[in-house]
Design a binder for this molecule. Structure first.
Ligand code: 5GP
Length: 145
């Protein structure tokens, strides 16, 4: 898949939004949903998506979509910092397969980083779901009211 293409409503994130596929959810609002990445590149790796936008990537997104997704990204990143005390937080977003995109529903990665830990490989091993639920509970507890 390149930068150009047709939005596939059967993509895994669309299924997660509709509740047709499982996800360890972190938080949500009327426009966006945040959940744990099931193939995390670090402990606490989370994703933020828009619920209704059919943008496949950043280039296709309406400005309002980006505003709501980035606002939720900041909210979750702040909670990740409070919950996990990382040394840094990587915020990333890929456009097109050559850039590393594998799911073609606009999303932003929140990847906590620790100085002494290398970044895990993109899309490598699947996390233990109970571990993800425990991390999500820790992060959710630090979300602003
Ligand atoms: P991309 O490579 O498109 O930027 O990122 C897609 C992300 O989605 C990857 O980090 C991958 O680990 C994650 N991912 C793929 N399938 C699933 C899934 O079924 N559930 C969750 N929670 N994350 C997924």
């Amino acid at each position: 898949m390149s930068l150009d293409g047709v939005y596939d409503s059967q993509n895994i994130f669309a299924k997660i939004v509709r509740g047709e596929a499982p996800a360890v959810r972190l938080c949500e609002d009327a426009d966006t949903l945040a959940f744990m990445d099931v193939f995390p590149q670090s402990r606490g790796h989370a994703l933020v998506i828009h619920r209704r936008s059919t943008a496949r990537n950043l280039l296709e997104a309406e400005p309002e979509t980006l505003t709501s997704v980035m606002s939720m990204t900041q909210r979750v990143a702040r909670a990740v910092r409070l919950a996990l005390n990382p040394d840094g937080i990587m915020i990333s977003q890929f456009n097109g397969a050559p850039a590393g995109q594998t799911v073609f529903h606009l999303h932003v990665h929140i990847i906590p980083r620790w100085a002494d830990q290398p970044l895990g490989r993109h899309g490598a091993g699947m996390a233990d779901i109970e571990d993800l639920k425990a991390l999500a509970a820790q992060i959710s507890a630090r979300l602003p009211a």
